[in-house]
Design a protein around this ligand. Structure first.
Ligand SMILES: Nc1ncnc2c1ncn2[C@@H]1O[C@H](COP(=O)(O)OP(=O)(O)O)[C@@H](O)[C@H]1O
Ligand SMILES: [Mg+2]
Length: 258
């Protein structure tokens, strides 16, 4: 489904060349939920942006269902940390926007948008404006908007990072349910090992910059999962082993950037 083949990416920052990602290889199967964790600056967002077609690898290629990504790709739905909503449109207006652009007739697009607004628990806020919503509610709107476009692939770049801990837990529970229902291939970036274990079928740990695959772990905890599973021994053992792998990279990153 998503194939990264020998991906390298460097940037010129005005003074010098920065190698963000170097020889990154990964194969993600249809329906898999993969979390990427790694030190800040190791190239996680760069990778996601290349899948979406926002920027191009310096070398190597990314294939979606066997076809190379050549530009901004409609097969991908992207959800960022900041809630990029249109402030002058209602929740419904925001969620149906992509469908409107595709020329889907009004009644049909309102039905589709309504279904996803219900799914993220915002039924009674369909006519509200973003400024009337809390941060958590706005992020739910962006999730509904991405799902309404029915992308084959969901790309999420630290979507819950700006939320308070309790709102985050509620949205994690909702995302677990939504992903179980829709069975979408998902690539999810997070700083949180807890979040990664809770959500993922697989966790990919990246090395410090330049980013490569350091570890690739299958998470076999049973589903449906819940935030409270984080207290189970199995869970804590996983957390300890992932942290020891990530810690090395974070320390190296701190030295490198000192
Ligand atoms: N557009 C850009 N121009 C120059 N450097 C960039 C650009 N985008 C990312 N970088 C650099 O590439 C590296 C990886 O960045 P990024 O993918 O955002 O890391 P992460 O998401 O893992 O924190 C960083 O050193 C960052 O400064
Ligand atoms: Mg990032």
């Amino acid at each position: 489904m998503i194939l990264f083949e020998n991906i390298s990416k460097s940037f010129f920052d005005g003074k010098k060349q920065v190698q963000a990602v170097d020889d990154f290889n990964l194969r993600i199967r249809p329906g898999e939920f993969v979390c990427i964790v790694g030190a800040s600056g190791c190239g996680k967002s760069t990778l996601l942006n290349m899948v979406a077609g926002f920027n191009k690898p310096s070398s190597g290629q990314i294939l979606l269902n066997g076809e190379p990504v050549t530009g901004i790709d409609p097969r991908c739905g992207m959800i960022f940390q900041s809630y990029a909503l249109f402030p002058w449109k209602t929740v419904l207006g925001n969620v149906e926007f992509g469908l409107k652009m595709q020329g889907i007739p009004r009644q049909q697009r309102q039905e589709i948008a309504g279904k996803y607004i219900d799914m993220v628990g915002l039924t009674s806020f369909a006519d509200s404006y973003p400024c009337e919503l809390s941060g958590g509610m706005r992020q739910r709107v962006t999730i509904a908007r991405a799902l309404a476009n029915n992308p084959e692939i969901l790309l999420m770049d630290e979507p819950f990072a700006a939320l308070d801990a309790m709102t985050r837990q509620v949205l994690q529970e909702e995302l677990l349910r939504i992903v179980d229902e829709s069975n979408k291939t998902t690539l999810f970036i997070t700083h949180s090992i807890d979040e990664a274990i809770l959500l993922a079928d697989r966790i990919v740990i990246m090395s410090a910059r330049p980013g490569r695959v350091k570890d690739d772990l299958r998470i076999n905890l049973p589903r449906p999962r819940h935030v409270t599973d984080q207290l189970a021994t199995e869970y804590l053992d996983l957390k300890a082993s992932i942290w020891s792998s990530v810690e090395e990279e974070v320390r190296q990153n701190m030295l490198f950037n000192a």
